[in-house]
Design a protein around this ligand. Structure first.
Ligand code: SF4
Length: 367
């Protein structure tokens, strides 16, 4: 099958390897652009959240490139994610797109449907290829997250503006082409060494560290979050990710399917602020903000307009900010988000953090 799928940051690199292992031909849609959102928005319910529109745009662009199947993650819970796949399937059908739409989700008791889906996913894959594809995909996901995290540390310390992003882009394409776990290990080491060379290690400037919490798609997808991590890096700030796709898959797919996943540690961290799961990453946003406040200079909470779980978190975070004495900036994005206003708010926030640290008694000076 010629399979297309939605983008989620750089995860397409691992997804391509997985699909090849399954014996399919991946049809990777172009990286999300204004056209993606416009196309997705044209056929989406008007007030649906931004990830839905962007993902639908990815699907349409993948079909345009010749895909005959669409793979989409399913979900459940109090927010709209559980309806995404089904609504998108109906929209594509209404538009006359002749594609097989496969929703990947944990069976939750419906084993008949799960068997049918697995048959279509695994197709003619040979066990040996399948195992190799899964192993390679997992290794790619791990390495790409590691090099992305390393680049977050390097970017605010780079000697030449933009050099880290350019280098990272090249390394990601090498990871995309890698065909063995050994090569991936070597690439990770090569990236580590390359980033070291790009950093200014004699700078007297300390670097602010800002955690990013919020709705997973918005946090991970650079087009949707207006390249937030890069913007922070060029303002001299180290962005600290609190969301890992690899961890999310381990928790929500593997552990959840085996009944081993629970949210006790999140609930403990969010105690006094939020006492239950509210869908999406709402609980995580509150828990991580409370947890990490001691080791960060500030927190940015980013989410799409009308995202129910994050609206709840947004109502709670001012209290976390006051109790933990940490500035928290909330950023809401939708298809009309403008770069200028976004950049101005970031600059003002970073300025506030710098002044705050400058006034601290701990001796750290930023200017
Ligand atoms: S978490 Fe928010 S953005 Fe994501 S599907 Fe749910 S409501 Fe929409």
């Amino acid at each position: 099958m010629r399979v297309t799928f939605p983008h989620l940051g750089n995860a397409y690199i691992a997804i391509e390897a997985l699909l090849q292992g399954l014996g399919h031909e991946p049809v990777t849609p172009p990286l999300s652009t204004k056209r993606t959102i416009e196309w997705g928005s044209r056929y989406s319910p008007e007030d649906i959240c931004l990830p839905f529109k962007t993902i639908l745009g990815n699907m349409l662009e993948g079909i345009e490139l010749g895909a005959d199947s669409v793979y989409m993650l399913g979900g459940w819970g109090p927010c709209r994610l559980g309806y995404y796949a089904e609504i998108q399937r109906i929209i594509l059908l209404d538009l006359g797109k002749q594609v097989e739409f496969v929703t990947l989700e944990v069976p939750r008791g419906n084993w008949g449907l799960a068997r049918e889906r697995l048959r279509s996913i695994f197709g003619s894959a040979r066990i040996r290829h399948l195992f190799r594809g899964c192993q390679l995909a997992w290794a790619k996901l791990s390495v790409l997250e590691e090099v992305e995290n390393l680049s977050l540390q390097a970017r605010p310390r780079e000697k030449e503006r933009g050099s880290v992003s350019r280098f990272l882009e090249g390394q990601l394409q090498k990871i995309r082409l890698a065909q063995s776990v050994k090569t991936l290990r070597e690439l990770k080491e090569e990236t580590e060494a390359g980033l070291q060379d790009l950093m200014d290690r004699v700078s007297s400037h300390a670097v602010l560290r800002v955690g990013i919490v919020g709705e997973i798609y918005t946090v991970v997808e650079p087009f949707v979050n207006l390249r937030l991590e890069e913007r922070l890096g060029s303002l001299g700030v180290e962005a600290v990710r609190t969301i890992s796709l690899k961890e999310w898959i381990e928790d929500h797919v593997f552990k959840n399917a085996l009944g081993l996943y629970n949210q006790n540690s999140l609930l403990r961290s969010a105690a006094g602020y939020l006492h239950s799961f509210v869908g999406g990453h709402g609980l995580e946003s509150v828990a991580r903000s409370a947890e990490l406040s001691g080791c960060l200079d500030g927190i940015i909470h980013i989410y799409p307009l009308a995202c129910m779980p994050e609206i709840m978190a947004h109502g709670i975070l001012p209290q976390v900010s006051a109790d933990k004495q940490i500035p928290i900036l909330s950023l809401v994005v939708d298809e009309h988000a403008g770069e200028t206003g976004f950049q101005t708010r970031l600059e003002a926030f970073v300025d506030l953090l710098q002044r705050r640290i400058y006034q601290c008694q701990d001796g750290r000076k930023y200017i």
